[in-house]
Ligand binder design. Structure first.
Ligand code: 13P
Ligand code: SF4
Length: 327
C-alpha cells in the first residue's frame, strides 16, 4: 500500500529515489539508484531529474547538494553518521594546533566523505582531498606524490589501513605518543565507525576454523587487525561485486552492515560477527518517512531540504571536485 503510494508520488513529482545499500530492504526495493557513496554521488548528480530524494545519512545528501547545487535534495530522515559526528570544525583546527605543537607545520589533509560539509570545506581550503572507500587507495596514492605528511580524517581505521597498504608508518592523535606521531608519514584523526568496530580478529579465526576454505570480505572501516586477515577489502559496491562473482558453493563471511550482507546471496554467506552489525542511523529511515517527505513536498510544504552555506559549499566542492576528477 505505502510502496504503491510512494511510487505514485515519485512519478507525480518526477523525483529520483536514491538509496545507500545499508538502507532497509523496503526502501532499497523502491530505489531508482542504489550504490556506494561514490556511485550515489556520481549517478545522482548526472541524473537529468531535478528533485532527488536521498535515503542515506546526512553527509551523502549534503555531498550531492554541493556537487549539483541546481538540484533539490530532500531526505526522509536527517540521520547523521556517527563517525562524521565525531569531527566538528573546531576539532580540525585543534588537531592542526596539536600537530604544530609537535613541530609539524605542514600536512596534506584527506577527509573521508563520511564528514560534514564544514570539514570538507576546511580540507578544500587547505589544498586537500575528499575520498570514499571506493577510491581511497587511488586518492591516497595521488596525495603521496606531494611528499607531505598526510593528515587523514575522521576514520583512523581507513587511514591506518591505507598507510599499511603503502608500507608507510602511521599514528593516531590521542592514541599514539608524540614521538610516534612525529615519525609517522600518515597521521590519523581518532574517529571510527562503531558498527565496523564490531568485527574482530577472533571472528575471522572462528569462521576459518569452522570452514577452512571460507573467504573473508570486509569494508576498510574495519580495524586494521581485521583488514590484515581478510581476503578482500572494498567499498560496499566492491564487496557486492566480489561476492556475486563467487561460485555459489564458495562460503564467504562479510564484515559490513547487516542489511547489505543479508541481501547478498541465498546461501553460503555469513555475517562476520556474532553481534548484529546494524547501522542505527542508516536504519532510521522508514517507508513512512519516505511517504511523509514526498507528500509534504507535493503539498508545497517541504521539509528536510538540504542546503549548505555558500562559502562552505564553495570550498567543500573544491575538495569533492578533485576527488571526482581522480576517480
Ligand atoms: P561505502 O562508500 O563503501 O558505501 O561506505 C559508506 C559507509 O558509510 C560505510 O560504513
Ligand atoms: Fe557511518 Fe558507520 Fe553507519 Fe557507515 S556504518 S553510515 S560509517 S555509522
Amino acid at each position: 500500500m505505502r510502496s504503491a503510494q510512494i511510487k505514485q508520488l515519485l512519478t507525480d513529482l518526477d523525483a529520483l529515489l536514491v538509496a545507500h545499500f545499508y538502507q532497509k530492504d523496503s526502501i532499497v526495493a523502491l530505489a531508482d539508484i542504489t550504490g556506494d557513496s561514490l556511485e550515489l554521488a556520481k549517478k545522482a548528480s548526472a541524473s537529468p531529474k531535478n528533485l532527488v530524494v536521498f535515503c542515506g545519512v546526512g553527509f551523502m545528501g549534503e555531498s550531492l547538494k554541493i556537487l549539483a547545487p541546481q538540484k533539490e535534495v530532500i531526505m526522509p530522515k536527517l540521520a547523521c553518521c556517527s563517525m562524521a559526528k565525531m569531527l566538528e570544525g573546531a576539532d580540525f583546527d585543534k588537531s592542526l594546533e596539536t600537530l604544530q605543537s609537535l613541530g609539524i607545520d605542514h600536512v596534506l589533509p584527506i577527509t573521508y566523505i563520511n564528514s560534514s560539509a564544514r570539514i570538507k570545506a576546511k580540507v578544500g581550503k587547505a589544498g586537500g582531498f575528499v575520498c570514499t572507500s571506493a577510491n581511497a587507495f587511488k586518492i591516497f596514492k595521488h596525495a603521496l606524490q606531494s611528499k607531505q605528511k598526510i593528515f587523514f580524517l575522521p576514520d583512523r581505521c581507513l587511514g591506518v589501513n591505507l598507510a599499511r597498504m603503502h608500507g608507510l608508518k602511521s599514528a593516531t592523535l590521542e592514541l599514539d605518543s608524540p614521538d610516534t606521531i612525529k615519525e609517522a608519514a600518515v597521521i590519523c584523526y581518532n574517529g571510527f565507525c562503531a558498527v565496523h568496530q564490531l568485527f574482530k580478529p577472533s571472528d575471522v579465526e572462528f569462521f576459518r576454523q569452522k570452514y577452512p576454505n571460507i573467504l573473508i570480505a570486509v569494508h576498510p572501516e574495519c580495524a586494521p587487525e581485521v583488514v590484515e586477515l581478510a581476503d578482500f577489502v572494498g567499498s560496499t559496491s566492491q564487496i557486492i561485486q566480489f561476492v556475486q562473482n563467487l561460485p555459489l558453493e564458495q562460503k564467504v563471511a562479510v564484515g559490513t552492515e547487516i542489511n547489505l550482507v543479508k541481501r547478498l546471496r541465498p546461501k553460503n554467506t555469513f555475517v562476520l560477527s556474532s553481534s548484529v552489525p546494524e547501522c542505527p542511523t542508516m536504519n532510521e529511515t522508514t517507508l513512512e518517512d519516505l511517504f511523509g517527505v514526498l507528500k509534504a513536498y507535493k503539498n508545497h510544504s517541504p521539509y528536510n531540504k538540504i542546503s549548505v552555506e555558500p562559502e562552505v559549499a564553495k570550498w567543500a566542492k573544491v575538495a569533492l571536485d578533485k576527488m571526482m576528477e581522480l576517480s
